[in-house]
Design a protein. Structure first.
Length: 221
C-alpha cells in the first residue's frame, strides 16, 4: 500500500512507505476474515496495517536507540514477522487453516514468518505459551518444532512473533495481540451502534448455519 486503498488478500501484500515515523516497510495479508459481518476484506487489511505500523515504530525505535534507552535491550534486527491465529476457529480446524493473517515489518520480515507460525501453532495446540515447550517441556516440541521463543495470547487472540530476542519477541507479540483485540472490539461496538438491537452478529440478524445445523435434527411435537 502506498498511502491508501488496501489490496484484497489474494493480491500482493500491502506496504507502508518508508520514512518517518516508522522507518520500516510494513506488509500485511489475511487468510480468514471472521469479522465479515462488520469488516470487509479491505477493512480488515487496513486494521492489520494499522497495528503493524505501531509495531514498526516500536521495532525501529528499539533497534536504533542506544542500549541504555531500550527497556528490553536494543533490538538486534530491524525486521519482524507476526502470525495471528483466528480466535473464532474451532479446535478441529488445522493450524494451517486457522491463520487469520500475517504482518511483516522490515525488508526481510517475511523470513521470520515460519518461526512465528511455529510459535503460534504450538501455542494453539498446547493452550499455553510456546516458550514452555521450548524451555521447560521440550518433549512437547516434536520434530520440526521451533527451538526458540515465546508466544502471546491476549483474551483468546494468539500471536507468534520472531526476529528479536525471546523476551523482545514476547513483548511485541503481546502488544500486537492487545492492540488488535482492542481495535476489533472498538469496531464491534461501533457496528452495534449502527446496527441497533438484535441477537446475532450478522447484518440480517440471523445465526450462522453451524448453529442451526446443531439442532435442526430436532422436531418439536
Amino acid at each position: 500500500m502506498t498511502g491508501a486503498g488496501p489490496v484484497p488478500p489474494e493480491g500482493p501484500p500491502q506496504r507502508l512507505p518508508e520514512g518517518p515515523p516508522y522507518g520500516l516497510p510494513v506488509q500485511v495479508a489475511h487468510r480468514r476474515n471472521p469479522y465479515a459481518y462488520m469488516l470487509g476484506d479491505e477493512e480488515l487489511d487496513a486494521l492489520l496495517l494499522d497495528v503493524g505500523r505501531r509495531r514498526a515504530a516500536s521495532i525501529w525505535r528499539n533497534h536504533t536507540t542506544g542500549e541504555q534507552d531500550a527497556p528490553r535491550g536494543a533490538y538486534p534486527r530491524p525486521r519482524m514477522g507476526f502470525v495471528l491465529m483466528d480466535p473464532t476457529a474451532g479446535p478441529w480446524v488445522p493450524n494451517e487453516e486457522a491463520v487469520l493473517g500475517v504482518i511483516t515489518v522490515g525488508e526481510d520480515g517475511h523470513v521470520s514468518l515460519p518461526n512465528a507460525a511455529a510459535k503460534a501453532g504450538a501455542h494453539r495446540r498446547l493452550g499455553r505459551n510456546n516458550g514452555e515447550a521450548v524451555h521447560v517441556d521440550p518433549h512437547l516440541l516434536g520434530s520440526g518444532g521451533f527451538r526458540y521463543g515465546h508466544s502471546a495470547e491476549v483474551r483468546g487472540q494468539i500471536v507468534g512473533a520472531s526476529s528479536q530476542s525471546t523476551d523482545q519477541d514476547l513483548y511485541e507479540a503481546a502488544r500486537l495481540a492487545a492492540e488488535f483485540v482492542d481495535a476489533v472490539n472498538d469496531r464491534h461496538a461501533a457496528w452495534e451502534q449502527r446496527q441497533g438491537p438484535g441477537d446475532w452478529a450478522s447484518p440480517d440478524d440471523e445465526p450462522a448455519p453451524e448453529y442451526r445445523s446443531m439442532t435442526d435434527w430436532f422436531t418439536p411435537r
